[in-house]
Design a protein around this ligand. Structure first.
Ligand code: IPM
Ligand code: MN
Length: 356
């Protein structure tokens, strides 16, 4: 197969971790006889510095013409302390999601047995936890209008907006997904307070008769935040709106022991994007110390979701698991043992796949 991949390394540790994922993709393609071609493009703070735009039209064109996008991270502290900054790197990511129509963000939370003790939760709570969080990605308070300030500058407002159509397409995807797993779907909302949440619940309820094999539960987001910590194993597929999903998946990521482990796939209308859920970790940029595994695992999702290449994805996942078991890990997972560099971890995974 021929794979045309757009590569958007972005800011901070983005370039280093994306390098590792590309090395791994190269060896997988060599092994399974695929041809892969990369086209690099600018996004985030680096795109602002070079073009004034965090998601330049040229980048969008490259994404549209590719089969899949491998994305690093964006964000730069020089923008964070300037609330008046006219343009922010994050706008690049949001605009990309919107323009590519990436309404579904799949964030699988899986635990590695050899890391269960790294979790802040008790091992018996974590061991075997395996669920999929599906986050709506192009609606809600992230994109709702009006948004802004009053003229005197003393009042600010955001709007949470959802249409029945937007809710239905993401809930359908979640029902279908649950059907392929353990057939349990948790719909997270705040229907006791928010009008948008009540429309979510009404829309999801109307779909239930079409999916009678799925066990559905509705859960308020505050309760869900608590249940994630109290018993993550109870979840199979969880679906929720944009902001709740953002918050709950950061929370869910620590269940596995490190934020540096969780990959994601954003899918929708146009080209799908694969990226780690963590940010640009600017303090570590250029130091070759960041954990590349979330990005490497995102590459595994890329093979599976963008090309339906299941064996290729599984080969990457296995290599990652073995690298953790062999303690070839970066400092966030080293626990006083030897900490390997970002590129050493990448090299080890490449060698493992080569020799397998
Ligand atoms: C994420 C990030 C983004 C989000 C930021 C960088 C805009 O936190 O992908 O989870 O909030 O969606
Ligand atoms: Mn986030």
């Amino acid at each position: 197969m021929k794979l045309n991949i757009a590569v958007l390394p972005g800011d901070g540790i983005g370039p280093e971790i994306v390098d590792q994922a590309q090395k791994v993709m190269n060896v997988v393609c060599a092994k399974f006889n695929h041809e892969v071609a990369y086209t690099n493009a600018l996004v985030g703070a680096i795109a602002i510095d070079k073009t004034g735009d965090p998601y330049p039209e040229a980048t969008h064109e490259i994404c549209m013409q590719s089969d899949a996008v491998l994305f690093g991270a964006i964000g730069d502290p020089k923008f964070d302390n300037d609330p008046k900054a006219k343009v922010r790197p994050e706008q690049g990511l949001l605009r990309m999601r919107q323009k590519l129509g990436l309404y579904a963000n799949l964030r699988p939370v899986t635990t590695f047995k050899s890391l269960a003790h790294k979790s802040p939760l008790k091992t018996e709570l974590v061991d075997g936890a395996d669920f999929m969080c599906i986050r709506e990605l192009t609606g809600g308070i992230y994109f709702g209008r009006p948004q802004g300030r009053s003229e005197d500058g003393n009042t600010a407002y955001d709007s949470c907006v959802y249409t029945r159509e937007e809710i239905e397409r993401i809930c359908r995807l979640a029902f279908e997904y649950a059907g392929k797993r353990r057939k349990k779907l948790t719909i997270v909302d705040k229907a006791n307070v928010l009008a948008t949440s009540r429309l979510w619940r009404e829309t999801a309820q109307a779909l239930e008769p079409e999916y009678t094999d799925i066990e559905v539960e509705y859960m308020f987001v505050d309760n869900a935040a608590m249940q994630l910590i109290q018993g993550p194993k109870r979840f199979d597929v969880m679906v929720t709106e944009n902001m709740f999903g953002d918050i709950l998946t950061d929370e869910a990521s620590v269940i596995t022991g490190s934020l540096g482990l969780l990959p994601s796939a954003s899918i929708g209308v146009h080209t799908s994007v694969f990226e780690p859920i963590h940010g640009s970790y600017p303090q570590a940029a250029g130091k070759n110390i960041a954990n590349p595994l979330a990005t490497v695992l995102s590459a595994a999702m890329l093979f599976e979701y963008a090309f339906d290449l299941k064996e290729e994805g599984a080969a990457i996942r296995e290599a990652v698991e073995k690298s953790i078991e062999a303690h070839i890990v970066t400092e966030d997972l080293a626990e006083g043992g030897k900490a390997y560099s970002t590129s050493e971890v990448g090299d080890w995974i490449v060698r493992y796949i080569q020799q397998k």
